[in-house]
Design a protein around this ligand. Structure first.
Ligand code: CFM
Length: 539
């Protein structure tokens, strides 16, 4: 790539007024890997500026839609105007597989209190109670989660008091979330609020014991497009017992029983690291960052699990599974790579995938030239080592930090301090750590936090990448500029993309997209208009 990233950066921000230009200059960084392994500082997890068309969602989306929603038998009840429910209804492709035809599954439903003007003026608590009772009598769920939308906080309805009262009255677990859309700067605040709720109201409630030897929880895996199903299959074949997943294809009981596992594996660090930290403190379960996006990454993650449990039988089974799967991946990968080698990609997704998917592209020879998160924090970019020096701003202080102490009966250190130190010393382990996206990106690539619409257009014009990865809000604008856009939130209609089988799907889908001729027929808006039919005829 011959374009100087410094010139590009200047080009992206020069149109902005001075103050905004300064702010964006700190959110757009030219990557550099220094000798000590550190990377430049990036400004992240700060409010989007007015006038910017951001990709971000709201706190309610992060709490209800992302973290709690995928669990199938917690009944989600939204306290708010109907739009907050309707537009969030089944739009995230989190799949689930109930145990049988009679098992509870509420994912298809959309329950809302449908607040009206009268409730805004006189309060909505009464209406909320009526809705909770009605939902209970219709579905008899084990648990009901109440989610607050913006007006709830503005008018001061106390969803927590209602939840307590209804829990008493109905005798099931009912809890509320103060996840009003405006609570934080993005959906990231909603993740934290949801994590706190999981910890306070669910984890540790079910005491089933399991005899299996290698018990794990998979955290931050939401079964988008069936990713979770692929991983369940791999783990099972390796002989690893998955107690629960937070929260793809999960049930209330499995999450309530998750404190019986011996290791927490974190897929999406951004959305669930709080639960992992709290579980380690209260129950003594260590956590480890894994990545099952990409075949080599999957193999590496499985081997780390083998290392952690230090069992030769387990390690042997893991190697067998890797060998079997890798053979299938390689057959497709080499063909696809021969067609994709040298192409370029840009990735702008959430708080985790913009990093994870770079691995998959690398495996087929596609280079990521620009990437960024919508709502990642500095540690998602630069790695958790920066955490001790991180200033907590007013927006983050808004969210409750739970003080966690060891559970007097149930705390059990899974590994001794010596064992932990030994793991920590193994650089490959990413034990209680996440190295972040930037250390794994090339020098001189651009890293852009909270990308704006204007910047998207300029980047596309300047670099003309072979593929742009983002979401539905960006997709068609990008494609009208003649560049294919892969949705990395929903996977368009495709997937699964996780694990080995997922990698094969991804390679084939990307191969089709970057090599499809149709894009060369699109006239981008900045080029002269295509000739009209009569002009062509006159030629
Ligand atoms: Fe984690 Fe996610 Fe993501 Fe996320 Fe999301 Fe998502 Fe995402 Mo869309 S939990 S941060 S809030 S990996 S819904 S499954 S794709 S933005 S990169």
């Amino acid at each position: 790539m011959s374009i100087d990233p410094r010139v590009v950066k200047e080009e992206l921000i020069q149109i902005y007024p001075k103050k905004l230009r300064q702010k964006r200059a700190e959110q757009i960084v030219i990557n550099e890997i220094r000798e000590d392994g550190s990377v430049p500082e990036i400004k992240a997890n700060v409010r989007s500026s007015p006038g910017i068309i951001t990709q971000r969602g709201c706190t309610y989306a992060g709490c209800k839609g992302v973290v709690i929603g995928p669990s199938r038998d917690i009944l989600s009840l939204v306290h708010g105007p109907i739009g907050c429910s309707f537009y969030a209804w089944l739009t995230r492709r989190n799949q689930t597989r109930p145990e049988g035809p009679d098992a509870q599954n509420f994912i298809n439903y959309c329950l809302s209190t449908d607040m009206q003007e009268e409730n805004i003026v006189f309060g909505g608590e009464k209406k909320l109670k009526v809705a909770v009772r009605e939902a209970y009598h219709l579905f008899h769920p084990k648990a009901i989660a109440i989610f607050s939308t913006c007006p709830v906080g503005l008018i001061g309805d106390d969803v927590h008091a209602v939840a307590r009262e209804m829990k008493e009255e109905l005798g099931i677990n009912i809890f509320g979330f103060s996840c009003e859309g405006y609570r934080g700067v993005s959906q990231s605040a909603g993740h934290h609020i949801a994590n706190n709720g999981l910890f306070k109201h669910i984890i540790g409630n079910v005491e089933t014991t399991h005899d299996e030897k290698f018990k794990i929880n998979l955290l931050g895996e939401y079964n988008i497009g069936g990713d979770g199903f692929v991983l369940e299959d791999i783990l099972k074949r390796c002989g690893i017992k998955q107690i629960s997943t937070f929260s793809g294809n999960s049930t209330y009981d499995s999450m309530a029983n998750s404190h019986t596992a011996d290791l927490n594996l974190i897929m999406c660090h951004r959305s669930i690291n709080y639960v992992a930290e709290m579980m380690e403190k209260r129950f003594g379960i260590p956590w480890m960052k894994v990545n099952f996006i990409g075949a080599t990454a999957s193999a590496k993650s499985l081997r780390r699990i083998g290392e952690y449990f230090e069992d030769d039988g387990l390690k042997a089974r893991i190697e067998e599974v890797i060998a079997e799967e890798m053979a299938k991946v390689e057959a497709v990968r080499t063909v696809v790579k021969s067609r994709c080698q040298g192409k370029t990609a840009m990735l702008f997704v959430g708080g985790s995938r913009a990093h994870h998917y770079q691995q998959l592209f690398t495996e087929i020879g596609i280079k990521t030239i620009v990437a960024g998160y919508e709502f990642g924090h500095r540690d998602d970019y630069e790695g958790r080592k920066i955490l001790p020096g991180l200033k907590v701003d007013a927006d983050s202080k808004n969210i409750e930090e739970i003080t966690v102490v060891p559970d007097p009966e149930r705390f059990r250190a899974r590994k001794s301090p010596e064992e932990l130190a030994r793991f920590q010393a193994m650089t490959e382990m990413e034990f209680r750590d996440y190295i972040g996206m930037m250390p794994e990106m090339d020098e001189d690539t651009l890293v852009v936090d909270d990308l704006s619409h204007h910047e998207t257009e300029r980047l596309l014009e300047l670099y003309r990448p072979d593929i742009f990865c983002a979401g539905i809000k960006e997709k068609y604008g990008v494609q009208k500029m003649g560049i294919p856009c892969k949705q990395l939130h929903s996977y368009d209609y495709g997937g699964p993309y996780a694990g080995f089988r997922g990698a094969i799907n991804f390679f084939n889908d990307i191969d089709r997209m970057v090599n499809m001729k149709i894009w060369s027929y699109v006239t981008p808006p900045w080029q002269p208009p295509a000739k009209k039919l009569e002009e062509v005829a006159a030629d």
